[in-house]
Design a protein around this ligand. Structure first.
Ligand code: NAD
Length: 377
């Protein structure tokens, strides 16, 4: 395994212009391009390169091969006062996710609780975005997600791929402070983290990858296999698999993501990837929303949360100079630092973005500026 590359630092404003034009070039409306770009940059700002701007070349390929469709509106399949069953029509997850979460928020504000079952959404990106959006309306939420058409994860005590990276996320709002957000893939690492490691970024932890021989390692290459010249790495091709997190417990949670987000929503599980015509890549997401106003009209909840967080963080650190963090705290700290210093990106990942932008004829002015970051940094 090679060491991570020296990163280039890209100012947020330039990244916004560069990606926005890229998405417009592949047919996204200006509004959608702004939205997709803002959410990808948001993931980088929070330290999740795996779900940030490095996704752009893959989104471009997906639009070009028909996996992903720009400017889709969510379709309502069935509803009552509490439940909405929704179809994302393979639109950009950043647009479809926002529409689905708005429906969930609005219903929970009138009913106290609501459920949205979303099928056939394009990549929903960082799922924490959706819990944050709900928290902005004083709504707590749970989100279970699977990835149909993306068979990557070996089950506990297995070596062959049987599941997707299926993230789980939950969040609560806090009074006068950012919400608390727990958001993680049920694999040891998200596939995007393997991609980042493959393209010169942070290496994977030991045991993140398992080979067909049962050997554990951290080299991401077995996940991608041989990468054809001029093609973007495809995790569906390699012989290896990602491992689950938390032994049998994480693997069990991963299984239930397929049940709730894949089977219950109608989106489909990650099984059957061999027949790709029937298994087009998409996210399914089952979400539950709780209006805090309905559960507690006074400030009891806010006080209880504040007291518990103080108690939790007061645990003596396990190592000298260490600190106990609550879910979401690491992301908030990184965001402050990156807004100031720009987005660090491995040089190979930045080259991938430029190459993709060249193919879709992004303006030469932006491309020239993009290339200059290699020299300036
Ligand atoms: P991760 O392993 O970095 O875990 C992140 C979670 O752990 C966050 O809630 C974070 O606040 C918390 N955390 C991190 N350090 C901590 C510490 N020191 N103390 C306490 N809590 C801490 O995340 P991941 O599994 O690599 O997932 C990355 C992203 O990938 C997530 O945003 C997820 O939604 C996304 N994802 C999306 C898809 C999709 O199909 N859309 C699939 C998989 C993953």
């Amino acid at each position: 395994m090679s060491l991570p590359e020296t990163p280039v630092f890209i100012p947020v404003d330039f990244m916004q212009d560069f990606l926005q034009e890229s998405f417009e070039q592949i047919g996204c409306s200006q509004e959608e391009s702004v939205r997709v770009t803002r959410r990808l940059i948001g993931a980088n700002l929070r330290g999740h390169e795996s779900h940030g701007v490095a996704r752009m070349p893959r989104y471009v390929e997906w639009v070009q091969n028909g996996t992903l469709i720009p400017n889709q509106q969510i379709q309502l399949i069935q509803e009552n006062e509490v439940i909405s069953i929704l179809d994302g029509g393979h639109g950009f997850g950043q647009s479809i996710g926002e529409q689905a979460v708005q429906i969930g928020i609005e219903k929970s504000l009138t009913q106290g609780v609501s459920v949205t079952a979303l099928r056939n959404s394009g990549h929903l990106g960082r799922i924490g975005d959706w819990a944050e959006l709900a928290a902005g309306s004083n709504v707590a939420s749970l989100h279970m997600v699977n990835v149909r058409g993306s068979l990557l994860v070996a089950p506990f005590e297995g070596v062959e791929r049987r599941g997707s990276t299926s993230p789980f996320c939950c969040g609560i709002p806090r009074a006068d402070e950012p919400p608390v957000i727990l958001d993680f893939a049920t694999s040891l690492v998200a596939e995007g983290k393997a991609l980042v490691a493959l393209r010169g970024g942070t290496p994977l932890p030991e045991g993140a990858i398992i080979g067909l021989d049962g050997k554990l390692g951290n080299d991401p290459l077995p996940l991608y296999g041989a990468i054809p010249e001029g093609r973007y790495p495809d995790p569906n091709i390699g012989p290896g698999a990602l491992t689950g997190f938390g032994l049998h417990k994480g693997s069990g949670l991963n299984f239930f993501m397929e049940m709730f987000a894949g089977a219950l929503t109608g989106s489909g599980t990650s099984a059957g990837i061999q027949d790709t015509s029937k298994r087009r890549f998409c996210n399914g997401m089952l979400s539950v929303y709780f209006s805090l106003e309905f559960f507690h009209s006074d400030n009891w909840f806010a006080e209880e949360v504040r007291n518990y967080i103080d108690f939790y963080k007061s645990s003596k650190p396990s190592s000298p100079g260490g600190e106990v963090l609550i879910p979401g705290e690491a992301e908030l700290r990184r965001m402050k630092e990156r807004q100031k210093n720009g987005l660090p990106l491995a040089q190979t990942a930045w080259k991938d973005l430029i190459q993709s932008a060249e193919k879709i004829e992004v303006s030469s002015e932006l491309l020239d500026q993009a290339r200059r970051f290699f020299i300036q940094n």
